[in-house]
Design a protein. Structure first.
Length: 135
């Protein structure tokens, strides 16, 4: 997910096709926290939505992960390192999800959702034919 227009499009498609009980992960690009503030990331992903989960990839930077938790990011990716347990504790205290690696995702930069093939791929992903849903 690269921008707010893409996030809005994904939210709309998720409302149509997402299986009940599943959430759409709005995953940032790899290590996006190095150049994208948590506040801006949350603004891009849009308002809180029970069907969507913004996930900010912090790469291997525990400081960025802690800043994201303070800003209210509900889910983060942080490569394991010496500070991972401390960040995991902070995530637990914040009721946030901390992942040690990026979850499976579609690369929106190469997917054209304005084409029949792109729509079919997105639909397949969202209804769970491609990968298990994020809970």
């Amino acid at each position: 997910m690269r921008d707010s227009a893409e996030a809005a499009q994904l939210r709309a498609l998720a409302r149509q096709w997402l299986r009940p009980g599943c959430r759409l992960a709005l995953l940032s690009p790899p290590a996006a926290a190095h150049y994208l503030s948590p506040g801006l990331f949350l603004a891009i992903t849009g308002p809180e939505d029970p069907d969507c989960l913004p996930v900010l990839d912090c790469g291997a930077a525990p400081g960025h992960a802690l800043a994201a938790l303070r800003a209210g990011c509900p889910a983060l990716v942080l490569r394991p390192g010496p500070a991972f347990p401390a960040v995991a504790g902070a995530a637990r205290d914040s009721a946030a999800l901390l992942l040690p690696e990026r979850p499976p995702s579609l690369e929106m930069a190469t997917l054209r959702p304005d084409t029949p093939r792109g729509v079919a791929l997105l639909r397949s992903w969202l209804i769970g034919e491609a990968e298990p849903c994020a809970r």
